[in-house]
Design a binder for this molecule. Structure first.
Ligand code: SF4
Length: 595
């Protein structure tokens, strides 16, 4: 039954401010189960905005539902490493157990089962989300136990706690992971340096962004500080959506104080008093823990007014939760989402450092970058620059998953060879390839394992997926192609159409109806997307096919069974309904390609 109070409460919690539309919709859905037209209408009415604005947000995010969903919503991770651990057969098992099709709600409204993009549990997969709460280490036994609990309508709070226990799996610790930082230490160090001193040390450290682009953090902060305008903002990008990456999950779980101190230091350096942490929807289950840490820090003046007693050092953080849109990892799409809109990337320039949140100067940094900033504050820029390589200073956390004995987090100084990581993770033998940096990254083959993880050699966001010799690299590329087609935001034609064409052609090849024509077309489409797409998602969406074809050609060639181009659809089969309507099944009613 609809509860008007829950919608009113969600709107009130956010001061009836449409900037919080994504959060209000999320909270309304949590209370109502789904977003009926009446619910959307009431949100619009209470916020005094057109209902079309609410609808556009609901339609954009894959975790918002404008049709009923089961009381238990099960989303199995469809990341390739989960597939390698049997996720699809577990998915089928669930569908069979409840007698539903993918995405359907059971007749009694009890359950719905679907696939979703990577849930950030690759080190302990297969993983899934049950009503947005992570359940790792799925097995047939666990799936059956979960189905029993659901059939008995057992509330999630009464499920065995071990079902929800997510391990940190820190296998190799460096400066960030070895121990929790002494609370307040980085803040004290920053205050001792002073605002300009912090900026100077950041520049001296040559700390580069860990989110992928590798832009110099000190320069970014300086640009935001020098940009005209009174209000400035800090944004922590915790939208860790790259399949195969889970390092931010661990930092958010076990080192939240370090992240928030890093945000406060950034605020101190550029003169910002407000910060946002944008948490990916798949990590919503971490929000209570993060909120509790924020409360603790406010109590002891590590956040709030006059931090650590320093007059004028005022800074606080609020958490915005995403709703299942990979593209929101792109910083301007993320800003749109924080402003309560669909997360479509903005045209750049201008860049967020000068025109960010609400068009004001904004420094956006990745979770890991902000943690590294605390290291710079404590030990100084020169000490930080002394680790790693000349152009890649400090340490880097790698999320290692796939065919290895010890999946988990490995923190190294930059410059570590790929072979070293493989050996440490127990994957030194029979490795066919490593996908560095997720589907948008690069596929490395054994002849390249002497290459080093560094911005000047093999840059990475942190994903490090290992594929053993038994793996079919066509299937890996196929999974990545589906991922991009699903995650394209649809804003620009090259990506919207290109990712969809890629998916069609790869499926045709998988069905044995592909030829060299499709391969040539895939390469042509990849070139178009690289040149013409609006943001990095479209620009990188063809990498997986290009790498797969270049480096694992036999896996593709054995599927190219058609000698030449074959139509993508079976026209005769498509005409079947028309024949049924007209009652004709004679020879002349059939389509023959050679006719
Ligand atoms: Fe959206 Fe893709 Fe265009 Fe990026 S490249 S704006 S994800 S359609």
């Amino acid at each position: 039954m609809r509860s008007e109070n829950s919608i009113a409460a969600a709107v009130k919690r956010h001061n009836s401010d449409p900037l919080y539309l994504v959060q209000i919709i999320r909270e309304a859905q949590a209370a109502e189960g789904w977003l009926s037209r009446e619910t959307q209408g009431e949100i619009a009415e209470r916020l005094k905005i057109p209902i079309t604005r609410v609808e556009s947000v609901v339609k954009f995010y894959s975790f918002f539902y404008d049709k009923p969903r089961g009381a238990y919503r099960l989303l199995i991770s469809d990341n390739i490493t989960d597939r390698m651990q049997g996720s699809l057969s577990l998915f089928e098992r669930l569908l069979g157990r409840f007698g539903v099709k993918r995405g359907e709600v059971s007749a009694d409204g009890l359950v719905s089962v679907d696939l979703t993009s990577c849930t950030g549990l690759c080190d302990q997969g297969p993983g899934m989300l049950v009503n947005n709460i992570a359940v790792p280490r799925l097995s047939e036994a666990r799936i059956d136990a979960i189905a029993d609990l659901i059939e008995a309508r057992t509330p999630l709070g009464h499920w065995p706690a071990e079902f929800f226990h997510v391990e940190d799996n820190v296998r190799r610790a460096g400066p960030l992971l070895q121990a929790p930082m002494t609370p307040g230490r980085a803040l004290d160090a920053a205050i001792a340096l002073g605002r300009q001193g912090v900026l100077d040390e950041m520049k001296r450290s040559n700390l580069r962004g860990r989110g992928g682009a590798g832009f110099a953090t000190g320069l970014k902060w300086e640009a935001a500080r020098n940009a005209p305008g009174a209000d400035r903002y800090i944004v922590c990008n915790a939208d860790e959506g790259e399949p195969g990456t889970f390092k931010d999950r661990v930092l958010l779980t076990s080192h939240p104080g370090r992240i928030f101190e890093g945000m406060a230091i950034a605020g101190y350096a550029i003169g910002a008093t407000r910060g946002f942490l944008y948490l990916r929807g798949e990590y919503e289950y971490l929000k209570p823990r993060l909120d509790a840490e924020l409360d603790r820090m406010r109590l002891v003046r590590r956040l709030g007014p006059a931090i650590r007693g320093c007059a004028g050092f005022d800074f606080d953080v609020e958490i915005h939760v995403g709703a299942g849109a990979y593209v929101c990892g792109e910083e301007t799409a993320l800003l749109e989402s924080i402003e309560g809109k669909p997360g479509r990337p903005r045209v750049r320039p201008p860049f967020p450092a000068t025109h960010g949140y609400l068009g004001r100067p904004t420094a956006i940094n990745n979770v890991e970058t902000l943690c590294q900033a605390t290291e710079v504050a404590i030990n100084g820029g020169a000490a930080f620059a002394g680790q790693g390589t000349k152009h890649s200073t400090g340490s880097k956390i790698l999320s290692v998953s796939g065919d290895c004995e010890r999946p988990g987090l490995y923190e190294y100084s930059f410059g570590v060879p790929i072979a070293q990581v493989l050996e440490d993770a127990g994957a030194a033998r029979d490795v066919a390839a490593v996908q560095v940096s997720g589907p948008a990254g690069v596929l490395m083959t054994p002849d390249q394992f002497t290459r080093r993880i560094a911005f000047e050699d093999v840059p990475t966001t942190g994903a490090f997926m290992v594929f053993g010799g038994q793996r079919d690299l066509f299937e890996v590329a196929r999974n990545f192609v589906h991922f991009f087609a699903h995650e394209s935001c649809g804003f620009c034609t090259p990506c919207r159409v290109g990712t969809s064409l890629q998916r069609q052609m790869v499926e045709k090849i998988a069905e044995g109806r592909g030829s060299r024509y499709e391969i040539n077309e895939l390469m042509r489409v990849r070139g178009l997307m690289r040149r013409m797409s609006h943001c990095g998602l479209g620009q990188m969406a063809g990498n997986a096919i290009f790498d797969g074809w270049s480096k694992f050609r036999p896996a593709f060639e054995r599927r190219l069974l058609a000698a030449e181009f074959a139509p993508a659809i079976d026209l005769d089969a498509a005409l079947s309904p028309a024949r049924a309507v007209t009652g004709r099944e004679d020879e002349r009613a059939h389509f023959h390609a050679e006719a």
